[in-house]
Design a protein around this ligand. Structure first.
Ligand code: WQD
Length: 344
Protein backbone atom coordinates (compact mmCIF):
# COMPACT_ATOMS: atom_id res chain seq x y z
CA UNK A 1 0.00 0.00 0.00
CA UNK A 2 1.69 3.24 -1.10
CA UNK A 3 1.85 6.08 1.39
CA UNK A 4 1.42 9.62 0.06
CA UNK A 5 2.27 12.75 2.05
CA UNK A 6 -0.03 15.57 0.93
CA UNK A 7 1.10 19.07 1.90
CA UNK A 8 -1.84 21.47 2.04
CA UNK A 9 -4.14 18.45 2.14
CA UNK A 10 -6.82 20.32 4.09
CA UNK A 11 -7.19 22.98 1.38
CA UNK A 12 -9.67 23.20 -1.49
CA UNK A 13 -7.87 21.09 -4.10
CA UNK A 14 -5.92 19.18 -1.46
CA UNK A 15 -9.00 17.87 0.35
CA UNK A 16 -10.68 16.75 -2.89
CA UNK A 17 -7.46 14.99 -3.91
CA UNK A 18 -7.24 13.25 -0.51
CA UNK A 19 -10.77 11.86 -1.06
CA UNK A 20 -9.77 10.49 -4.47
CA UNK A 21 -6.51 8.99 -3.15
CA UNK A 22 -8.24 7.27 -0.23
CA UNK A 23 -10.94 5.86 -2.47
CA UNK A 24 -8.20 4.56 -4.80
CA UNK A 25 -6.64 2.65 -1.89
CA UNK A 26 -3.66 4.87 -1.06
CA UNK A 27 -2.62 5.59 2.50
CA UNK A 28 -2.53 9.36 2.99
CA UNK A 29 -0.82 11.63 5.51
CA UNK A 30 -1.82 15.28 5.50
CA UNK A 31 0.73 17.95 6.34
CA UNK A 32 -0.94 21.34 6.77
CA UNK A 33 -0.48 24.48 8.90
CA UNK A 34 -4.17 25.41 8.53
CA UNK A 35 -3.23 29.01 7.65
CA UNK A 36 -5.65 28.94 4.70
CA UNK A 37 -7.66 25.80 5.47
CA UNK A 38 -9.67 24.25 8.29
CA UNK A 39 -9.42 20.92 10.20
CA UNK A 40 -13.17 20.58 9.60
CA UNK A 41 -12.40 19.83 5.96
CA UNK A 42 -10.55 16.68 7.02
CA UNK A 43 -13.42 15.63 9.29
CA UNK A 44 -15.65 15.96 6.24
CA UNK A 45 -13.18 13.86 4.19
CA UNK A 46 -13.56 11.16 6.86
CA UNK A 47 -17.36 11.33 6.52
CA UNK A 48 -17.12 10.95 2.75
CA UNK A 49 -14.56 8.12 2.71
CA UNK A 50 -15.05 6.44 6.07
CA UNK A 51 -11.30 6.84 6.62
CA UNK A 52 -9.47 9.14 9.01
CA UNK A 53 -6.06 10.28 7.85
CA UNK A 54 -3.12 11.10 10.14
CA UNK A 55 -2.52 14.84 10.19
CA UNK A 56 0.74 16.65 10.89
CA UNK A 57 0.06 20.29 11.73
CA UNK A 58 3.17 21.89 10.31
CA UNK A 59 4.58 24.56 8.03
CA UNK A 60 6.52 23.48 4.94
CA UNK A 61 9.18 26.04 5.89
CA UNK A 62 9.86 24.06 9.10
CA UNK A 63 12.57 21.59 8.10
CA UNK A 64 12.61 19.83 11.49
CA UNK A 65 8.84 19.22 11.34
CA UNK A 66 9.21 17.92 7.80
CA UNK A 67 12.06 15.59 8.79
CA UNK A 68 9.99 14.25 11.68
CA UNK A 69 7.02 13.62 9.37
CA UNK A 70 9.18 11.79 6.83
CA UNK A 71 10.80 9.71 9.58
CA UNK A 72 7.46 8.77 11.09
CA UNK A 73 5.44 8.02 7.95
CA UNK A 74 8.10 7.09 5.33
CA UNK A 75 5.99 8.21 2.35
CA UNK A 76 6.56 6.74 -1.10
CA UNK A 77 5.54 10.01 -2.76
CA UNK A 78 4.60 13.60 -2.01
CA UNK A 79 1.87 15.78 -3.48
CA UNK A 80 2.73 19.41 -2.76
CA UNK A 81 -0.22 21.84 -2.59
CA UNK A 82 0.84 23.99 0.38
CA UNK A 83 1.36 27.59 -0.63
CA UNK A 84 -0.27 30.96 -1.03
CA UNK A 85 -2.26 31.55 -4.20
CA UNK A 86 -3.93 34.95 -4.35
CA UNK A 87 -2.62 36.99 -7.27
CA UNK A 88 -3.59 40.39 -5.83
CA UNK A 89 -2.13 39.59 -2.41
CA UNK A 90 1.12 38.50 -4.06
CA UNK A 91 1.46 41.91 -5.72
CA UNK A 92 1.06 43.63 -2.36
CA UNK A 93 3.23 41.19 -0.39
CA UNK A 94 5.76 39.56 -2.76
CA UNK A 95 8.25 38.57 -0.05
CA UNK A 96 5.54 36.68 1.85
CA UNK A 97 4.86 34.72 -1.36
CA UNK A 98 8.55 34.00 -1.98
CA UNK A 99 8.92 32.84 1.61
CA UNK A 100 5.89 30.54 1.71
CA UNK A 101 5.98 29.23 -1.83
CA UNK A 102 9.65 29.17 -2.88
CA UNK A 103 11.40 28.73 0.48
CA UNK A 104 8.69 26.29 1.56
CA UNK A 105 9.23 24.16 -1.52
CA UNK A 106 13.00 24.34 -1.09
CA UNK A 107 12.70 23.00 2.48
CA UNK A 108 10.38 20.25 1.26
CA UNK A 109 12.77 19.18 -1.50
CA UNK A 110 15.67 19.13 1.00
CA UNK A 111 13.64 16.97 3.38
CA UNK A 112 12.61 14.62 0.55
CA UNK A 113 16.24 14.29 -0.58
CA UNK A 114 17.40 13.58 2.99
CA UNK A 115 14.67 10.96 3.41
CA UNK A 116 15.33 9.35 0.03
CA UNK A 117 11.83 10.19 -1.30
CA UNK A 118 12.10 10.95 -5.00
CA UNK A 119 8.50 11.03 -6.28
CA UNK A 120 6.76 14.40 -6.33
CA UNK A 121 3.56 15.81 -7.82
CA UNK A 122 3.72 19.60 -7.82
CA UNK A 123 0.74 21.95 -7.94
CA UNK A 124 1.61 24.49 -10.62
CA UNK A 125 -0.64 26.81 -12.58
CA UNK A 126 -1.44 27.95 -16.12
CA UNK A 127 -0.34 31.35 -14.91
CA UNK A 128 3.23 30.28 -15.80
CA UNK A 129 2.29 30.77 -19.46
CA UNK A 130 1.94 34.52 -18.92
CA UNK A 131 0.10 36.30 -21.75
CA UNK A 132 -0.81 33.49 -24.21
CA UNK A 133 0.93 33.92 -27.57
CA UNK A 134 -1.16 31.14 -29.09
CA UNK A 135 -4.21 29.14 -28.00
CA UNK A 136 -4.91 26.48 -26.95
CA UNK A 137 -1.91 26.42 -24.63
CA UNK A 138 0.49 23.49 -25.01
CA UNK A 139 3.15 22.60 -22.46
CA UNK A 140 5.92 23.91 -24.76
CA UNK A 141 4.40 27.42 -24.84
CA UNK A 142 6.96 30.01 -23.63
CA UNK A 143 6.91 30.49 -19.86
CA UNK A 144 6.74 33.86 -18.14
CA UNK A 145 5.11 35.46 -15.15
CA UNK A 146 2.90 38.53 -14.86
CA UNK A 147 2.72 38.69 -11.04
CA UNK A 148 4.71 37.51 -8.01
CA UNK A 149 2.39 34.53 -7.41
CA UNK A 150 2.96 33.31 -10.96
CA UNK A 151 6.68 34.02 -10.61
CA UNK A 152 6.86 31.76 -7.53
CA UNK A 153 5.27 28.93 -9.52
CA UNK A 154 7.71 29.51 -12.38
CA UNK A 155 10.74 29.62 -10.04
CA UNK A 156 9.62 26.39 -8.36
CA UNK A 157 9.19 24.68 -11.73
CA UNK A 158 12.76 25.71 -12.63
CA UNK A 159 14.01 24.43 -9.25
CA UNK A 160 12.39 21.08 -10.00
CA UNK A 161 13.93 20.89 -13.48
CA UNK A 162 17.35 21.76 -11.99
CA UNK A 163 16.90 19.05 -9.35
CA UNK A 164 16.20 16.51 -12.06
CA UNK A 165 19.15 17.64 -14.21
CA UNK A 166 21.48 17.28 -11.20
CA UNK A 167 20.04 13.99 -10.03
CA UNK A 168 17.97 12.11 -12.61
CA UNK A 169 16.61 9.69 -10.04
CA UNK A 170 13.79 12.18 -9.30
CA UNK A 171 10.32 11.37 -10.62
CA UNK A 172 8.47 14.69 -10.88
CA UNK A 173 5.06 15.55 -12.35
CA UNK A 174 4.34 19.28 -12.65
CA UNK A 175 0.59 19.84 -12.99
CA UNK A 176 -0.46 23.18 -14.51
CA UNK A 177 -4.03 23.83 -13.36
CA UNK A 178 -6.35 25.98 -15.37
CA UNK A 179 -9.40 27.22 -13.45
CA UNK A 180 -10.62 24.73 -10.83
CA UNK A 181 -14.28 25.17 -9.79
CA UNK A 182 -17.05 23.16 -8.18
CA UNK A 183 -17.09 20.80 -5.20
CA UNK A 184 -17.47 17.18 -4.20
CA UNK A 185 -21.04 16.09 -5.13
CA UNK A 186 -21.81 15.37 -1.46
CA UNK A 187 -21.64 19.11 -0.74
CA UNK A 188 -19.47 18.31 2.30
CA UNK A 189 -16.23 19.81 0.99
CA UNK A 190 -15.68 22.77 -1.30
CA UNK A 191 -13.98 26.10 -1.90
CA UNK A 192 -13.97 28.12 1.32
CA UNK A 193 -12.54 31.60 0.68
CA UNK A 194 -11.47 33.36 3.89
CA UNK A 195 -13.17 36.63 2.90
CA UNK A 196 -14.56 38.27 -0.25
CA UNK A 197 -13.71 35.80 -3.04
CA UNK A 198 -11.16 36.81 -5.67
CA UNK A 199 -12.18 34.05 -8.04
CA UNK A 200 -15.26 34.09 -10.25
CA UNK A 201 -17.18 30.97 -9.26
CA UNK A 202 -17.22 31.48 -5.47
CA UNK A 203 -18.19 35.10 -6.11
CA UNK A 204 -21.10 33.94 -8.28
CA UNK A 205 -22.32 31.44 -5.66
CA UNK A 206 -22.19 34.09 -2.93
CA UNK A 207 -24.24 36.46 -5.10
CA UNK A 208 -26.73 33.67 -5.85
CA UNK A 209 -27.16 32.88 -2.15
CA UNK A 210 -27.54 36.58 -1.29
CA UNK A 211 -24.28 37.02 0.61
CA UNK A 212 -23.04 39.55 -1.97
CA UNK A 213 -25.29 42.00 -3.84
CA UNK A 214 -24.03 41.56 -7.39
CA UNK A 215 -21.18 40.36 -9.55
CA UNK A 216 -18.81 42.87 -11.10
CA UNK A 217 -17.80 41.63 -14.53
CA UNK A 218 -14.26 42.85 -15.12
CA UNK A 219 -14.56 44.20 -18.65
CA UNK A 220 -16.61 43.28 -21.71
CA UNK A 221 -14.31 44.81 -24.30
CA UNK A 222 -11.91 41.89 -24.70
CA UNK A 223 -11.40 40.33 -28.16
CA UNK A 224 -13.62 37.36 -27.21
CA UNK A 225 -17.04 36.21 -28.50
CA UNK A 226 -19.03 38.22 -25.94
CA UNK A 227 -16.25 40.60 -24.87
CA UNK A 228 -15.77 39.05 -21.42
CA UNK A 229 -12.75 37.06 -20.25
CA UNK A 230 -12.45 33.45 -21.39
CA UNK A 231 -11.01 30.71 -19.17
CA UNK A 232 -10.77 26.91 -19.03
CA UNK A 233 -12.89 25.96 -16.02
CA UNK A 234 -12.49 22.38 -14.81
CA UNK A 235 -14.30 20.47 -12.08
CA UNK A 236 -12.20 20.10 -8.93
CA UNK A 237 -13.02 16.37 -8.90
CA UNK A 238 -11.53 16.03 -12.40
CA UNK A 239 -8.51 17.92 -11.14
CA UNK A 240 -8.22 15.62 -8.13
CA UNK A 241 -8.37 12.60 -10.44
CA UNK A 242 -5.57 14.20 -12.47
CA UNK A 243 -3.37 14.00 -9.36
CA UNK A 244 -4.21 10.32 -8.95
CA UNK A 245 -3.28 9.70 -12.59
CA UNK A 246 0.02 11.58 -12.13
CA UNK A 247 0.79 9.65 -8.95
CA UNK A 248 0.19 6.33 -10.66
CA UNK A 249 2.41 7.50 -13.53
CA UNK A 250 5.22 8.26 -11.05
CA UNK A 251 4.79 4.99 -9.16
CA UNK A 252 4.76 2.75 -12.23
CA UNK A 253 7.51 0.20 -11.44
CA UNK A 254 8.92 0.42 -14.96
CA UNK A 255 8.55 4.21 -15.18
CA UNK A 256 11.84 5.89 -16.11
CA UNK A 257 12.80 8.88 -13.97
CA UNK A 258 11.10 11.96 -15.36
CA UNK A 259 10.41 15.63 -14.78
CA UNK A 260 7.43 16.57 -16.95
CA UNK A 261 4.70 19.21 -17.00
CA UNK A 262 1.07 18.53 -17.86
CA UNK A 263 -1.87 20.86 -18.52
CA UNK A 264 -4.94 19.95 -16.48
CA UNK A 265 -7.84 21.63 -18.24
CA UNK A 266 -10.86 20.68 -20.33
CA UNK A 267 -9.58 22.22 -23.56
CA UNK A 268 -12.69 24.42 -23.74
CA UNK A 269 -12.77 28.18 -23.20
CA UNK A 270 -15.80 29.62 -21.39
CA UNK A 271 -16.52 33.34 -20.98
CA UNK A 272 -17.57 35.06 -17.77
CA UNK A 273 -21.10 35.60 -19.07
CA UNK A 274 -21.33 32.03 -20.34
CA UNK A 275 -20.47 30.82 -16.84
CA UNK A 276 -22.99 33.22 -15.26
CA UNK A 277 -25.75 31.98 -17.54
CA UNK A 278 -24.79 28.31 -17.05
CA UNK A 279 -24.89 28.85 -13.30
CA UNK A 280 -28.30 30.58 -13.43
CA UNK A 281 -29.69 27.67 -15.48
CA UNK A 282 -28.18 25.06 -13.13
CA UNK A 283 -29.19 26.75 -9.86
CA UNK A 284 -32.42 28.45 -10.85
CA UNK A 285 -31.04 31.56 -9.17
CA UNK A 286 -30.45 34.96 -10.78
CA UNK A 287 -26.94 36.38 -10.67
CA UNK A 288 -27.24 40.16 -11.06
CA UNK A 289 -24.09 41.71 -12.53
CA UNK A 290 -22.62 44.98 -13.63
CA UNK A 291 -19.96 45.47 -16.28
CA UNK A 292 -17.03 47.39 -14.78
CA UNK A 293 -13.45 48.15 -15.84
CA UNK A 294 -10.99 45.41 -16.67
CA UNK A 295 -9.02 43.98 -13.71
CA UNK A 296 -5.32 44.86 -14.05
CA UNK A 297 -3.21 41.86 -14.97
CA UNK A 298 -6.05 39.81 -16.49
CA UNK A 299 -5.47 38.14 -19.85
CA UNK A 300 -8.30 38.10 -22.42
CA UNK A 301 -8.39 34.37 -23.00
CA UNK A 302 -6.64 31.27 -21.70
CA UNK A 303 -7.49 27.62 -22.25
CA UNK A 304 -5.61 24.33 -22.37
CA UNK A 305 -4.59 21.78 -24.91
CA UNK A 306 -4.91 18.78 -22.53
CA UNK A 307 -3.77 16.16 -25.04
CA UNK A 308 -0.43 15.45 -23.33
CA UNK A 309 -2.13 14.51 -20.04
CA UNK A 310 -4.54 12.31 -21.98
CA UNK A 311 -1.75 10.58 -23.93
CA UNK A 312 0.76 10.12 -21.09
CA UNK A 313 -1.34 10.06 -17.92
CA UNK A 314 -4.48 8.58 -19.37
CA UNK A 315 -6.39 11.54 -17.85
CA UNK A 316 -9.13 13.65 -19.32
CA UNK A 317 -11.67 15.97 -17.70
CA UNK A 318 -15.10 14.35 -17.77
CA UNK A 319 -17.49 16.61 -15.87
CA UNK A 320 -19.66 19.21 -17.61
CA UNK A 321 -20.06 22.93 -16.97
CA UNK A 322 -23.51 22.16 -15.57
CA UNK A 323 -22.04 19.68 -13.07
CA UNK A 324 -19.45 22.27 -12.06
CA UNK A 325 -22.24 24.79 -11.40
CA UNK A 326 -24.58 22.33 -9.63
CA UNK A 327 -21.84 21.05 -7.32
CA UNK A 328 -20.57 24.56 -6.54
CA UNK A 329 -24.13 25.65 -5.75
CA UNK A 330 -24.84 22.62 -3.50
CA UNK A 331 -21.67 23.33 -1.47
CA UNK A 332 -22.63 27.01 -1.13
CA UNK A 333 -26.21 26.24 -0.05
CA UNK A 334 -25.18 23.57 2.45
CA UNK A 335 -22.32 25.64 3.87
CA UNK A 336 -23.32 29.32 3.78
CA UNK A 337 -20.39 30.18 6.10
CA UNK A 338 -17.96 27.58 4.81
CA UNK A 339 -16.27 25.35 7.39
CA UNK A 340 -16.17 27.93 10.13
CA UNK A 341 -19.79 28.08 11.17
CA UNK A 342 -20.76 24.42 11.32
CA UNK A 343 -17.83 22.71 12.95
CA UNK A 344 -19.22 19.26 13.67
C1 WQD B 1 -11.73 34.33 -14.05
C2 WQD B 1 -12.42 35.32 -14.98
C3 WQD B 1 -11.90 37.61 -14.51
C4 WQD B 1 -13.90 37.66 -10.58
C5 WQD B 1 -6.63 32.98 -11.06
C6 WQD B 1 -5.15 32.77 -10.92
C7 WQD B 1 -4.81 31.35 -11.29
C8 WQD B 1 -5.63 30.41 -10.43
C9 WQD B 1 -7.12 30.67 -10.66
C10 WQD B 1 -4.41 29.85 -8.44
C11 WQD B 1 -11.51 36.45 -15.43
C12 WQD B 1 -13.38 37.33 -14.27
C13 WQD B 1 -13.38 37.26 -11.80
C14 WQD B 1 -14.92 38.65 -10.54
C15 WQD B 1 -14.89 38.76 -12.94
N1 WQD B 1 -5.31 30.58 -9.05
N2 WQD B 1 -13.88 37.79 -12.96
N3 WQD B 1 -15.38 39.16 -11.72
O1 WQD B 1 -7.77 35.21 -12.81
O2 WQD B 1 -8.32 33.32 -14.45
O3 WQD B 1 -6.99 32.81 -12.41
O4 WQD B 1 -7.35 32.04 -10.29
O5 WQD B 1 -3.81 28.89 -8.83
O6 WQD B 1 -3.44 31.14 -11.07
O7 WQD B 1 -4.48 33.63 -11.83
O8 WQD B 1 -9.40 33.37 -12.18
O9 WQD B 1 -11.65 33.36 -11.19
O10 WQD B 1 -10.11 35.33 -10.73
O11 WQD B 1 -11.12 35.07 -13.00
O12 WQD B 1 -15.32 39.24 -13.99
O13 WQD B 1 -15.42 39.07 -9.46
O14 WQD B 1 -13.50 35.92 -14.28
O15 WQD B 1 -11.71 38.88 -15.13
O16 WQD B 1 -11.86 36.79 -16.76
P1 WQD B 1 -8.11 33.79 -13.06
P2 WQD B 1 -10.59 34.30 -11.68
Amino acid sequence: MSVVLVTGGAGYIGSHTVVVLLEAGFEVVVYDNFSNSHPEALRRVARITGKTVPVVEGDVRDRAALDAAFARYAPDAVIHFAGKKAVGESVAQPLVYYDHNVVGTLRLLEAMQAAGVSRLVFSSSATVYGEPQRLPLTEDHPLSATNPYGRTKLIIEEMLRDCFRADPTWHIAILRYFNPVGAHPSGLIGEDPADIPNNLMPFITQVAVGKLPKLRVFGNDYPTPDGTGVRDYLHVMDLAEGHLAALRWLLEPEAPPQCAAFNLGTGRGVSVLELVHAFEAASGRAVPYEIVARRPGDVAACWADPSKARAELGWTAKRSLTEMCCDAWRWQMQNPEGYRAQVS
